[in-house]
Design a protein around this ligand. Structure first.
Ligand SMILES: [Ca+2]
Length: 356
């Protein structure tokens, strides 16, 4: 090809795979396999297992912890190792992330000789974007989603599976062996944290009271989650092709049983479903009124919008993104986003550095 000088033909991803974990962790792999795994240790959900020049190393780990006053476990921390940096998104630390153990207010980005990473708040979640097209989203509560560009098909491994287009081989251990037991698969991806002491505090499987669901509890769960059916059928009708509503119904029953009926669970499950549909560009009709769910609490000088700007202007300037509208705390007139706060436009924005 005379006259052309390039490292090679540009490869544009034509599709992405999405893996997520939510609730008492329910997983969906990149290839679309669904399973429940309640281990409450730290696990690798995805990493590059076939590193080469075009596929740099990265690793995404989640730490699951038992929620207070219940048997439910949920993702409480997401750790991403990329380009020599350690980035952590931690439950309840809204509007911030940790980079190499230092807390930073969003948005923040960095570029080094290996590549570029951007972190921003989008809707109710932190979103990390890596230059090769991967994104990691965490809602600072219980929902984590990773999107992977198609160029990484067959390169990844972990709880999110190998992304080879076949969902039947996703329960695999690090050496590639496909196993039948979710617990066995999950345990094989455990990340050793602080040596042996962690063994006392975390378990890969649920036993005893954890696994029980009596007839009475099942009946109550059926009734409670039955309330989902009319809402899913009508308010989420445009999203059925993207996400099977029966999966959400099953997740609700499972968690209701184990959680003893957390009252706000139904609302959170619908909130996560809404987010997934909206980010896929699908309109979700108002359901909070019908389900009697309160709007999420928003910081001072902001209000909740079901369809808010996914990339609102911040103290660091305007941002643009292709993401359609999402549920968001939108700053009131005259205020602008700085981290998780809305500050007066006429005052100086917070210095985007270290959290006090
Ligand atoms: Ca697969």
């Amino acid at each position: 090809m005379c006259g052309l000088s390039s490292a090679g033909p540009a490869v544009f991803p034509t599709q992405t795979g999405t893996c997520w974990a939510m609730g008492d962790p329910h997983f969906r792999t990149f290839d679309g396999y669904y399973y429940n795994f309640m281990g409450n240790c730290t696990y690798t959900i995805t990493k590059n297992c076939q590193i080469d020049y075009h596929h740099p190393p990265f690793q995404v780990d989640v730490t699951n912890k038992v929620l207070p006053n219940s048997h439910l476990t949920a993702v409480s921390e997401v750790t991403i190792n990329i380009y020599g940096m350690k980035i952590q998104m931690i439950r309840s630390e809204f509007g911030t992330v940790k980079i190499n153990d230092q807390a930073w207010i969003l948005p923040v980005s960095f570029t080094n000789n290996l590549g570029t990473v951007k972190l921003m708040q989008s809707g109710l979640s932190a979103v990390l974007w890596v230059d090769f097209g991967m994104t990691v989203q965490y809602d600072w509560q219980e929902y984590v989603a990773v999107t992977m560009p198609s160029g990484f098909m067959g390169h990844v491994c972990g709880l999110c599976g190998n992304f080879n287009g076949n969902k039947d081989d996703d329960l695999a251990t690090p050496n590639g062996t496909v196993v039948k037991s979710v617990t066995e698969m999950g345990r094989s991806w455990r990340v050793p944290m602080r040596g042996l002491e962690d063994e006392d505090f975390c378990k890969d499987e649920c036993t005893g009271e954890c696994a029980e669901c009596s007839f009475g509890k099942r009946l109550a769960a059926d009734m409670f989650c039955g309330m989902l059916t009319p809402i899913l059928d009508i308010q989420f009708r445009d999203c059925h092709a993207l996400i099977d509503p029966s999966i959400f119904f099953d997740m609700c029953k499972f968690d209701h049983c184990r959680g003893g009926g957390l009252k706000d669970y139904l609302c959170r499950i619908l909130q996560v479903y809404t987010d997934a549909c909206q980010r896929a560009g699908i309109k979700v009709h108002d359901w909070r009124h019908l389900a009697r769910c309160a709007e999420p609490a928003c910081p001072s000088h902001s209000h909740f919008e079901q369809c808010g700007n996914a990339c609102p202007p911040t103290c660091l300037g305007n941002t643009t993104c292709d993401t359609p509208c999402v549920q968001a705390c939108v700053c009131d007139e005259g205020y602008i986003r700085s981290g998780n706060k809305c500050v007066s436009k006429t005052k100086l924005c917070l210095d985007n550095t270290i959290v006090e």
